[in-house]
Design a protein around this ligand. Structure first.
Ligand code: UDP
Ligand code: MG
Length: 311
Protein backbone atom coordinates (compact mmCIF):
# COMPACT_ATOMS: atom_id res chain seq x y z
CA UNK A 1 0.00 0.00 0.00
CA UNK A 2 1.44 3.38 -0.92
CA UNK A 3 1.47 6.27 1.50
CA UNK A 4 1.40 10.04 1.55
CA UNK A 5 3.28 12.26 3.98
CA UNK A 6 1.83 15.71 4.58
CA UNK A 7 4.69 17.97 5.67
CA UNK A 8 3.62 20.98 7.71
CA UNK A 9 6.26 23.58 8.70
CA UNK A 10 5.07 25.34 11.85
CA UNK A 11 6.39 28.27 13.73
CA UNK A 12 4.10 29.42 16.53
CA UNK A 13 0.97 27.91 15.02
CA UNK A 14 -0.82 26.65 18.16
CA UNK A 15 -4.07 28.31 17.07
CA UNK A 16 -3.90 27.17 13.47
CA UNK A 17 -2.89 23.51 13.94
CA UNK A 18 -6.22 22.13 15.30
CA UNK A 19 -8.13 23.87 12.47
CA UNK A 20 -5.62 22.54 9.98
CA UNK A 21 -5.87 19.00 11.29
CA UNK A 22 -9.67 18.91 11.11
CA UNK A 23 -9.73 20.34 7.62
CA UNK A 24 -7.01 17.98 6.39
CA UNK A 25 -8.74 14.89 7.78
CA UNK A 26 -12.07 15.88 6.27
CA UNK A 27 -10.54 16.58 2.85
CA UNK A 28 -8.43 13.41 2.63
CA UNK A 29 -11.24 10.88 2.89
CA UNK A 30 -10.70 10.12 -0.79
CA UNK A 31 -7.27 8.61 -0.02
CA UNK A 32 -8.92 5.53 1.51
CA UNK A 33 -10.68 4.82 -1.76
CA UNK A 34 -7.36 4.95 -3.52
CA UNK A 35 -5.66 2.73 -0.97
CA UNK A 36 -3.20 5.44 0.04
CA UNK A 37 -2.25 5.74 3.71
CA UNK A 38 -1.92 9.16 5.37
CA UNK A 39 0.92 10.44 7.58
CA UNK A 40 0.99 13.95 8.97
CA UNK A 41 4.43 15.27 9.81
CA UNK A 42 4.56 18.60 11.61
CA UNK A 43 7.92 20.37 11.72
CA UNK A 44 8.23 22.64 14.71
CA UNK A 45 10.60 25.36 13.58
CA UNK A 46 11.62 26.67 16.98
CA UNK A 47 8.15 27.65 18.19
CA UNK A 48 7.95 29.50 21.47
CA UNK A 49 4.23 28.91 21.97
CA UNK A 50 2.31 25.70 22.64
CA UNK A 51 2.85 24.22 19.16
CA UNK A 52 4.67 21.14 20.49
CA UNK A 53 2.03 20.30 23.09
CA UNK A 54 -0.80 20.85 20.59
CA UNK A 55 0.83 18.40 18.18
CA UNK A 56 1.54 15.98 21.04
CA UNK A 57 -2.11 15.86 21.99
CA UNK A 58 -3.04 15.20 18.37
CA UNK A 59 -0.48 12.38 18.32
CA UNK A 60 -2.06 10.85 21.41
CA UNK A 61 -5.41 10.46 19.69
CA UNK A 62 -4.11 9.86 16.14
CA UNK A 63 -0.91 7.89 15.71
CA UNK A 64 -0.52 9.05 12.11
CA UNK A 65 0.55 12.45 13.49
CA UNK A 66 4.29 12.95 13.99
CA UNK A 67 6.56 15.80 14.94
CA UNK A 68 10.13 16.84 14.22
CA UNK A 69 11.16 19.64 16.52
CA UNK A 70 14.12 21.97 15.89
CA UNK A 71 16.43 23.25 18.57
CA UNK A 72 15.67 26.82 17.45
CA UNK A 73 14.16 28.68 14.49
CA UNK A 74 15.98 27.62 11.31
CA UNK A 75 13.46 28.99 8.82
CA UNK A 76 10.80 27.45 6.61
CA UNK A 77 13.35 26.34 4.03
CA UNK A 78 15.13 24.13 6.58
CA UNK A 79 11.78 22.85 7.85
CA UNK A 80 10.71 21.76 4.38
CA UNK A 81 14.03 20.01 3.81
CA UNK A 82 13.79 18.19 7.14
CA UNK A 83 10.26 17.07 6.26
CA UNK A 84 11.17 15.76 2.83
CA UNK A 85 14.17 13.99 4.26
CA UNK A 86 12.12 12.25 6.92
CA UNK A 87 9.32 11.29 4.51
CA UNK A 88 10.00 7.72 3.43
CA UNK A 89 6.71 7.40 1.58
CA UNK A 90 5.79 7.16 -2.07
CA UNK A 91 4.22 10.63 -2.07
CA UNK A 92 4.80 13.82 -0.09
CA UNK A 93 3.10 17.18 -0.04
CA UNK A 94 4.15 20.40 1.69
CA UNK A 95 1.38 22.51 3.24
CA UNK A 96 1.31 25.63 5.39
CA UNK A 97 -0.34 25.25 8.77
CA UNK A 98 -2.57 28.28 8.27
CA UNK A 99 -4.82 26.66 5.60
CA UNK A 100 -3.58 29.09 2.97
CA UNK A 101 -2.73 25.94 1.01
CA UNK A 102 -6.23 24.43 0.80
CA UNK A 103 -6.24 20.66 1.50
CA UNK A 104 -9.36 20.52 -0.70
CA UNK A 105 -7.08 20.69 -3.76
CA UNK A 106 -5.38 17.39 -2.91
CA UNK A 107 -7.90 15.19 -4.67
CA UNK A 108 -7.48 17.10 -7.93
CA UNK A 109 -3.70 17.01 -7.47
CA UNK A 110 -3.75 13.23 -7.23
CA UNK A 111 -5.73 13.00 -10.45
CA UNK A 112 -2.73 14.53 -12.24
CA UNK A 113 -0.34 12.11 -10.57
CA UNK A 114 -2.52 9.38 -12.14
CA UNK A 115 -1.90 11.00 -15.50
CA UNK A 116 1.82 10.49 -15.01
CA UNK A 117 3.02 13.83 -13.68
CA UNK A 118 5.94 13.76 -11.24
CA UNK A 119 4.78 16.76 -9.29
CA UNK A 120 1.69 18.90 -9.02
CA UNK A 121 2.37 22.49 -8.03
CA UNK A 122 0.04 25.29 -7.04
CA UNK A 123 0.03 29.02 -7.53
CA UNK A 124 -2.17 31.85 -6.38
CA UNK A 125 -3.72 33.81 -9.18
CA UNK A 126 -4.90 36.56 -6.84
CA UNK A 127 -3.26 38.15 -3.87
CA UNK A 128 -6.41 39.62 -2.38
CA UNK A 129 -6.31 40.12 1.35
CA UNK A 130 -2.58 40.79 1.19
CA UNK A 131 -1.19 44.30 1.84
CA UNK A 132 -0.94 46.06 -1.58
CA UNK A 133 2.72 47.07 -1.05
CA UNK A 134 3.65 43.48 -0.39
CA UNK A 135 1.85 42.28 -3.54
CA UNK A 136 3.52 45.01 -5.57
CA UNK A 137 7.03 44.06 -4.48
CA UNK A 138 6.30 40.36 -4.78
CA UNK A 139 5.26 40.83 -8.40
CA UNK A 140 8.36 42.93 -9.14
CA UNK A 141 10.50 40.21 -7.55
CA UNK A 142 9.10 37.42 -9.73
CA UNK A 143 9.48 39.60 -12.84
CA UNK A 144 13.12 40.32 -11.99
CA UNK A 145 13.72 36.70 -11.12
CA UNK A 146 12.43 35.56 -14.50
CA UNK A 147 14.80 37.97 -16.23
CA UNK A 148 17.83 37.05 -14.13
CA UNK A 149 17.54 33.33 -13.78
CA UNK A 150 17.34 30.49 -16.27
CA UNK A 151 15.31 28.52 -13.76
CA UNK A 152 11.63 29.16 -14.08
CA UNK A 153 9.91 30.55 -11.01
CA UNK A 154 6.20 31.18 -11.41
CA UNK A 155 4.59 34.34 -10.11
CA UNK A 156 2.46 33.46 -7.11
CA UNK A 157 4.01 29.99 -6.83
CA UNK A 158 3.45 28.38 -3.44
CA UNK A 159 5.53 25.74 -1.74
CA UNK A 160 2.33 23.64 -1.75
CA UNK A 161 3.29 20.80 -4.05
CA UNK A 162 2.53 17.11 -4.33
CA UNK A 163 5.59 15.07 -5.24
CA UNK A 164 6.37 11.52 -6.23
CA UNK A 165 9.33 9.57 -4.85
CA UNK A 166 11.50 10.32 -7.86
CA UNK A 167 10.86 14.04 -7.49
CA UNK A 168 11.47 14.05 -3.72
CA UNK A 169 14.82 12.31 -4.17
CA UNK A 170 15.82 14.87 -6.78
CA UNK A 171 14.97 17.76 -4.45
CA UNK A 172 16.90 16.11 -1.62
CA UNK A 173 19.93 15.64 -3.85
CA UNK A 174 20.32 19.42 -3.79
CA UNK A 175 21.50 19.66 -0.23
CA UNK A 176 22.82 23.20 -0.42
CA UNK A 177 22.92 25.36 2.68
CA UNK A 178 21.44 28.45 1.02
CA UNK A 179 18.14 26.92 0.11
CA UNK A 180 15.57 28.57 -2.10
CA UNK A 181 13.06 25.78 -2.55
CA UNK A 182 10.94 27.57 -5.16
CA UNK A 183 14.02 27.70 -7.38
CA UNK A 184 15.06 24.14 -6.56
CA UNK A 185 11.62 22.86 -7.61
CA UNK A 186 12.05 24.48 -11.00
CA UNK A 187 15.67 23.43 -11.33
CA UNK A 188 15.09 19.70 -10.88
CA UNK A 189 12.71 19.64 -13.83
CA UNK A 190 10.42 16.63 -14.38
CA UNK A 191 6.86 16.94 -15.52
CA UNK A 192 4.97 19.37 -13.37
CA UNK A 193 1.31 20.27 -13.54
CA UNK A 194 0.31 23.72 -12.28
CA UNK A 195 -2.99 24.33 -10.53
CA UNK A 196 -4.28 27.86 -9.97
CA UNK A 197 -6.30 28.92 -6.97
CA UNK A 198 -7.61 32.09 -5.35
CA UNK A 199 -5.77 33.42 -2.33
CA UNK A 200 -7.25 32.37 1.00
CA UNK A 201 -6.81 34.35 4.20
CA UNK A 202 -4.85 32.93 7.10
CA UNK A 203 -7.10 30.75 9.32
CA UNK A 204 -5.64 31.93 12.63
CA UNK A 205 -2.53 33.55 14.06
CA UNK A 206 -0.29 36.06 12.30
CA UNK A 207 2.04 35.91 9.29
CA UNK A 208 5.64 35.01 10.18
CA UNK A 209 7.10 37.13 7.42
CA UNK A 210 7.98 40.74 7.97
CA UNK A 211 8.69 42.97 5.01
CA UNK A 212 12.43 42.78 5.67
CA UNK A 213 12.40 39.02 5.97
CA UNK A 214 10.85 38.98 2.50
CA UNK A 215 13.47 41.38 1.10
CA UNK A 216 16.22 39.11 2.40
CA UNK A 217 14.38 36.07 1.02
CA UNK A 218 14.32 37.76 -2.41
CA UNK A 219 18.06 38.48 -2.35
CA UNK A 220 18.57 34.86 -1.32
CA UNK A 221 16.49 33.72 -4.27
CA UNK A 222 18.34 35.84 -6.78
CA UNK A 223 21.85 35.00 -5.63
CA UNK A 224 21.04 31.31 -5.26
CA UNK A 225 19.73 30.92 -8.80
CA UNK A 226 21.52 33.50 -10.90
CA UNK A 227 25.02 34.85 -11.32
CA UNK A 228 23.83 37.56 -13.69
CA UNK A 229 24.27 40.31 -11.06
CA UNK A 230 28.02 39.58 -11.21
CA UNK A 231 27.97 40.02 -14.97
CA UNK A 232 25.99 43.21 -14.53
CA UNK A 233 28.50 44.65 -12.11
CA UNK A 234 31.31 43.90 -14.58
CA UNK A 235 29.34 45.63 -17.33
CA UNK A 236 28.81 48.66 -15.12
CA UNK A 237 32.58 48.70 -14.52
CA UNK A 238 33.33 48.54 -18.24
CA UNK A 239 30.83 51.30 -18.96
CA UNK A 240 32.46 53.61 -16.41
CA UNK A 241 35.98 52.87 -17.71
CA UNK A 242 34.79 53.92 -21.14
CA UNK A 243 33.16 57.04 -19.73
CA UNK A 244 36.36 57.92 -17.86
CA UNK A 245 38.38 57.56 -21.04
CA UNK A 246 36.04 59.93 -22.92
CA UNK A 247 36.31 62.44 -20.06
CA UNK A 248 40.12 62.30 -20.04
CA UNK A 249 40.18 63.05 -23.77
CA UNK A 250 37.73 65.88 -23.23
CA UNK A 251 39.83 67.40 -20.43
CA UNK A 252 43.08 67.20 -22.42
CA UNK A 253 41.49 68.81 -25.44
CA UNK A 254 39.93 71.53 -23.32
CA UNK A 255 43.31 72.23 -21.62
CA UNK A 256 45.06 72.54 -25.01
CA UNK A 257 42.41 74.76 -26.53
CA UNK A 258 41.26 76.96 -23.62
CA UNK A 259 44.16 76.82 -21.11
CA UNK A 260 43.28 75.81 -17.53
CA UNK A 261 40.51 77.81 -15.94
CA UNK A 262 40.30 76.32 -12.43
CA UNK A 263 36.71 75.40 -12.24
CA UNK A 264 34.63 72.27 -12.02
CA UNK A 265 35.10 71.38 -8.36
CA UNK A 266 31.44 70.60 -7.94
CA UNK A 267 31.31 68.32 -10.95
CA UNK A 268 34.49 66.50 -9.83
CA UNK A 269 33.07 65.83 -6.40
CA UNK A 270 29.79 64.67 -7.90
CA UNK A 271 31.60 62.22 -10.13
CA UNK A 272 33.73 60.88 -7.27
CA UNK A 273 30.71 60.40 -5.05
CA UNK A 274 28.73 58.76 -7.80
CA UNK A 275 31.53 56.39 -8.76
CA UNK A 276 32.22 55.37 -5.19
CA UNK A 277 28.54 54.60 -4.92
CA UNK A 278 28.74 52.36 -7.96
CA UNK A 279 31.84 50.68 -6.57
CA UNK A 280 30.20 49.97 -3.26
CA UNK A 281 27.18 48.57 -5.04
CA UNK A 282 29.31 46.21 -7.13
CA UNK A 283 31.47 45.16 -4.21
CA UNK A 284 28.26 44.48 -2.32
CA UNK A 285 27.05 42.14 -5.06
CA UNK A 286 30.39 40.36 -5.04
CA UNK A 287 30.18 40.14 -1.25
CA UNK A 288 26.80 38.42 -1.47
CA UNK A 289 28.22 35.62 -3.54
CA UNK A 290 31.35 35.26 -1.41
CA UNK A 291 29.17 35.08 1.68
CA UNK A 292 27.10 32.33 0.06
CA UNK A 293 30.24 30.39 -0.87
CA UNK A 294 31.57 30.88 2.66
CA UNK A 295 28.45 29.45 4.27
CA UNK A 296 28.39 26.61 1.77
CA UNK A 297 32.02 25.68 2.50
CA UNK A 298 31.38 25.55 6.23
CA UNK A 299 28.94 22.77 5.49
CA UNK A 300 26.90 23.27 8.62
CA UNK A 301 23.79 21.19 9.15
CA UNK A 302 20.62 22.83 7.86
CA UNK A 303 18.84 22.22 11.15
CA UNK A 304 19.28 20.53 14.52
CA UNK A 305 16.61 18.33 16.04
CA UNK A 306 15.48 18.49 19.60
CA UNK A 307 15.04 14.73 20.03
CA UNK A 308 12.92 14.88 23.16
CA UNK A 309 10.17 16.63 21.17
CA UNK A 310 10.26 14.28 18.20
CA UNK A 311 7.76 11.45 17.89
N1 UDP B 1 7.13 29.09 8.98
C1 UDP B 1 8.19 28.34 9.49
N2 UDP B 1 9.33 28.97 9.88
C2 UDP B 1 9.50 30.33 9.75
C3 UDP B 1 8.44 31.08 9.17
C4 UDP B 1 7.27 30.42 8.81
O1 UDP B 1 8.09 27.12 9.62
O2 UDP B 1 10.57 30.85 10.11
C5 UDP B 1 5.88 28.40 8.56
C6 UDP B 1 4.60 28.97 9.18
O3 UDP B 1 4.33 28.40 10.43
C7 UDP B 1 3.56 28.59 8.14
C8 UDP B 1 4.34 28.66 6.84
O4 UDP B 1 5.72 28.56 7.18
O5 UDP B 1 3.05 27.28 8.30
C9 UDP B 1 4.06 29.92 6.07
O6 UDP B 1 4.23 31.04 6.91
P1 UDP B 1 3.22 32.26 6.92
O7 UDP B 1 1.82 31.78 6.79
O8 UDP B 1 3.52 33.10 8.11
O9 UDP B 1 3.66 33.04 5.61
P2 UDP B 1 2.71 33.79 4.56
O10 UDP B 1 1.58 32.85 4.23
O11 UDP B 1 2.25 35.02 5.24
O12 UDP B 1 3.61 34.03 3.40
MG1 MG C 1 0.41 31.92 5.41
Amino acid sequence: MSELTVIVPCMNEEEAIPLFYDELISKTEFLKGRGIGLNILFIDDGSTDGTVSVVRSLHEKDERVHLISFSRNFGKEAAMYAGLKAADTEYAVIMDADLQDPPALLEEMFSYIDQGYDSVATRRVTRKGEPPIRSFFARRFYKLMRKLSDTEIMDGARDYRLMTRQYIDAVLALSEYNRFTKGIFGWVGYETKWIDFENVDRSAGKTKWSFWKLVIYSIEGITAFSTKPLVMSSLIGIFFCFLAFVMVVFIIVRRLVFGDPVAGWASTVTIIVFLSGVQFFCTGILGQYIAKAYLEVKNRPLYLKNEKNCF
